[in-house]
Design a protein around this ligand. Structure first.
Ligand code: ATP
Length: 219
């Protein structure tokens, strides 16, 4: 599903923040991405979301060499990827319900075909009472859950999550991890970037560890 070969990344004229990354993400797989602060986890997730191009090396996503794709092809590939970023990126003028329903709207689906699904997921993540609220009045943990719900609602083929349990208590973190595990069992490949060792210890999965710009994989 994803293949990186000798990928390097630098910002501007700075040093390479990621170097010689070679790995594959198989379909249906589950992995944690970890490493110290500043190791490049967010940068790697952004490359996987095709919002950042590598400075060198080959990136192949869903069987396509991304260096050959134009903007519209990249936008189409992105529809197969769900992402939860640390700053959530919720749209402030839309309600929580509308934010979570957005992937279905982008696909051109009729609201009657997805309303129940969106409402059920919002209830499941504990936002049943916040559906009509606008993001600016949500707490940090509520925004995080809304961002996660939006990323998973359309069952993407690949889910990328950057510190998805950073703003919630341990009980809710476990619940959200279970949501990712269930999504994975239904076929989505999942990559969760986290510092949270307690979270990783709760689920036996492949670990991708960034250290001094390089990636080490522990199966
Ligand atoms: N837009 C940018 N311009 C220049 N340097 C950047 C940019 N974004 C990130 N960096 C640098 O790249 C390196 C990796 O940053 P990145 O945010 O990917 O790390 P991280 O592992 O996600 O960190 P954290 O765990 O603290 O979120 C850091 O040295 C950072 O300063």
């Amino acid at each position: 599903m994803v293949r990186f070969e000798n990928v390097g990344l630098r910002y501007g004229l700075g040093p390479e923040v990621l170097r010689d990354l070679s790995f594959q993400i198989p379909a249906h797989s589950f992995q944690f991405l970890t490493g110290p602060s500043g190791a490049g986890k967010t940068s790697l997730l952004r490359m996987l979301f095709l919002s950042l191009r590598p400075t060198r090396g080959l990136v192949n996503m869903f069987g396509q060499d991304i260096s050959l794709l134009d903007k519209s092809a990249i936008a189409r590939l992105r529809q197969r990827i769900g992402i939860v970023l640390q700053d959530f990126r919720l749209l402030d003028h839309m309600t929580t319900y509308e934010n979570v329903a957005l992937p279905f709207r982008v696909m051109g689906r009729d609201e009657s075909s997805y309303r129940r699904e969106v409402v059920d997921l919002l209830k499941w993540v504990g936002l049943g009472e916040r559906m009509e609220a606008l993001p600016p009045i949500l707490s940090g943990g509520e925004k995080q859950r809304a961002a996660i719900a939006r990323a998973v609602i359309a069952r993407p083929q690949l889910l990328l999550a950057d510190e998805p349990t950073g703003n919630v208590d341990p009980t809710l973190a476990r619940r959200l991890l279970n949501l990712f595990i269930q999504l994975n069992k239904s076929g989505t490949a999942v990559i969760i970037a986290t510092h949270d060792i307690a979270l990783m210890d709760q689920y036996q999965a492949r670990r991708m560890v960034l250290h001094e710009s390089r990636l080490h994989i522990y199966e």
